[in-house]
Design a protein around this ligand. Sequence first.
Ligand code: SF4
Length: 223
Amino acid sequence: MTKTCAEAILKALQDTLDLPRLVKTNRDPFETLIVTIISQNTADTNTQRAFENLSKRFEITPQALANADINTLESCLLVGGLYKSKAKTIKLVSKIIHENFGGSLQPVLSLPLEQARETLTELPGIGPKTADVVLLFSANQPTIPVDTHVYRVSKRLGLAPANGNYEVVRMSLRSLYQAKDYLLVHLLLIAHGRKYCRARQPLCQKCPVNNNCPSNMLEDRNA
Ligand code: SF4
């Protein structure tokens, strides 16, 4: 895939897809971390509801959540999936940030990108995607979170190698696009994965980038 072709795909997606209206890019990093933990395996509406429940009951700070009663935490998160393990993760991560990081993620986010990623992913329950979301959305660091849509769509479009793992996909996208567009790339690939390039039965005939897609030529899924 050339950069010119990758840019053409981005432009076509930008011209045809609506971006989510409520993308917050200046959110407090700890808040972003908590929302992203809640969002794992959970639909956006339920993530939002669970976070609202949590915000009504607790101040969203490392100290408050470290000291939170686990049963109350669980009841706030009940609307989303895996609420028990998420409550445990939130309490534990908050405790570590409160006790070991001086109650703030800011010093970690100011580290060079790869060092910051490494520090964040050492926290229990925090994987590369969650770390990348916090770094991109709340620290404007030049990374691209690879969620399930980004992972699938990038490979189908040839923006990343078909056998690449998370890191290979992330690095491939970073090499094809300019850092100023990383947030846009992340959001558009998700929007495209939801609207056209679905996991099952992608809508190839209606797809705005089917002319640039090697997977479109493999089979006519919509015939
Ligand atoms: S042509 Fe089909 S497989 Fe390719 S990006 Fe579009 S929807 Fe996905």
